[in-house]
Design a protein around this ligand. Structure first.
Ligand code: AMP
Length: 489
């Protein structure tokens, strides 16, 4: 006997990894199907790459020798090469595009979905394994390609079930930030970073907090001090004017921004790109409330090279409400060049499917339970073959069905069927056998009456709760119950 026989591991999932049951998976599938349909309607083809990439293909998360798992889950293959689980779907796309560039129809338009893994500290809405769904266009430098990606995101959120007005795409351009830094006379790279960090905190700290961070620094509620960017007063004024330029429609925002960053090469380029994006969005039917220019959006500084997008949710979600961004993206013209040495324009958007699903669930917009199969009760051991035949007949008619496979009595079996979310239970006991009939119990009705939502009289009138049908017609009787479904009003 080894000591191992006495070892009982504690049953628990690793931190940041979530077990998900049918309702969550059904909700996720609905989101993915809806978003994929939108992407396909725009002509994007589906691509699937493997979970692992060579670590050097993942770029900024390259494992260093001391902490090879920092940021990603990496392991050394038997050929000594480091491979790592993908942390997003963009790095694998850049690798794929570089590897197969010659044979692709260009610009290459692809969408992809699947789990990604990040080895970081988990928290609320922050998992170490989560689902993303991306669309990217590789090989087009046209701002219209950005506009199209934004329009697909807007349509995707609506198709996924977010109520109108629940989500806003905020659009900015890295070049405007560069133009701002030029206009404000910031040249030192540390100071630049401090300014961009301060701008990024507008959401959380408001204009006053950001003003401190642009100047000497800011003390937070706990008394901790964050050193500021130490800009001179006129430079601070420029940044504040820049931050105040949002709101009031896309064109109005551009006009105000022109007053702050116009004149610098970067600023003018950024403005011209946003102007084209705005025009294309209008022609694509994306209105101002769905996608707006917001100069405070700062994303992935070392990553994005032009337009950046962020999807913000404005649902009333009860406590807290903060899910963070439910998606984001932008233009990343340098990613494919890592492999080929050739600058390749690319733009894309990533749906944070897991966060979107959590937000939909919290808002009550998602289904709360998944429907189970029809359950055929096992009441008479001698009739197991008949029960199996009945379940097969139901399945052949397109109705999910199972025979209860435990050994409990009738009441626990009914309870089981109820907990499975079965729409109906099929009962064949001694009486039914003798009479050549089948009793079918409407469990949707029972559940809804118990929950007090079955008060709709018109809906209840045709629902006797339980019916008895001849054995030969039982499938049709089950179908009537299954198809009448739970009352959704
Ligand atoms: P990113 O790839 O970092 O630009 O993220 C794109 C989207 O993925 C974000 O807007 C989030 O919705 C989602 N996301 C990022 N990190 C996490 C995480 N740790 N857990 C769940 N969702 C995440």
């Amino acid at each position: 006997m080894t000591t191992d026989e006495f070892f009982r591991p504690k049953a628990r999932a690793p931190r940041g990894f979530v077990d998900r049951r049918a309702p969550a998976l059904v909700a996720e599938r609905k989101i993915l199907d809806a978003v994929a349909a939108v992407y396909e309607s725009f002509g994007f083809e589906r691509l699937e790459t493997g979970a692992f990439e060579y670590a050097d293909a993942l770029g900024k998360f390259l494992p260093d020798a001391d902490r090879p798992n920092d940021g990603v889950f990496a392991l050394q293959d038997d050929d000594e090469q480091w491979i790592a689980l993908r942390y997003d779907l963009t790095a694998p796309l850049a690798r794929f595009a570089a590897e197969h560039w010659d044979i692709l129809a260009k610009p290459f338009r692809r969408y992809a979905f699947g789990p990604v893994w990040r080895n970081e500290k988990p928290g609320p809405g922050r998992y170490r394994e989560f689902m993303q769904c991306d669309a990217d266009t590789v090989g087009s430098e046209r701002p219209e390609a950005d506009a199209e990606i934004i329009a697909m995101a807007v349509q995707g959120y609506a198709a996924a079930g977010l109520p109108a007005g629940a989500c806003t795409l905020k659009i900015n351009n890295r070049k405007l930030l560069d133009g701002l830094l030029v206009a404000a006379g910031v040249v030192d790279s540390r100071q630049k970073l401090a300014v961009l960090r301060a701008v990024d905190k507008l959401d959380r700290l408001g204009l006053e907090g950001v003003t401190y961070l642009l100047g000497a620094g800011r003390k937070d509620e706990s008394g901790a001090f964050t050193k500021g960017a130490e800009l001179a007063a006129p430079a601070i004024q420029s940044v504040l004017a820049y931050l105040g330029a949002g709101g009031g429609g896309r064109q109005a925002t551009l006009d105000r921004l022109a007053g702050v960053v116009g004149g610098s090469v970067e600023g003018d380029e950024g403005l011209a790109e946003l102007d084209k994006i705005g025009e294309a969005l209008t022609r694509l039917g994306v209105h101002e409330g769905q996608a707006m220019f917001e100069p405070s959006v700062v994303r992935g500084l070392e990553y994005y090279t032009g337009a950046v997008f962020e999807a913000e949710i404005n649902l009333k979600t009860g406590e807290g409400g903060g899910f963070g961004a439910i998606g984001g993206g932008g233009r990343y013209d340098d990613l494919v060049a890592r492999f080929t040495g050739q600058r390749t324009p690319a733009t894309g958007f990533s749906f944070g499917v897991s966060r979107l699903a959590a937000a939909l669930a919290a808002s009550g917009a998602a289904a709360k339970s998944a429907r189970g199969p029809v359950v055929v009760l096992a009441l008479d051991n001698a009739q197991m073959g008949e029960y199996f035949a009945m379940a097969s007949e139901l399945r052949a008619a397109g109705i999910a069905a199972e025979v209860y496979l435990g050994t409990s009595g009738m009441r626990p079996q009914m309870k089981y069927a109820d907990r499975r979310g079965a729409p109906a239970a099929v009962i064949v006991g001694g009486d039914e056998l003798a009479a050549g009939t089948v009793t079918i119990k409407d469990l949707d009705l029972g559940r809804q009456l118990a929950a007090g939502v079955g008060d709709n009289r018109a809906w209840r009138e045709d629902r006797p709760g339980q019916i008895t049908a001849p054995r030969a017609d039982f499938v049709a009787a089950v179908r009537r119950i299954v198809e009448s479904g739970p009352n959704e009003t």
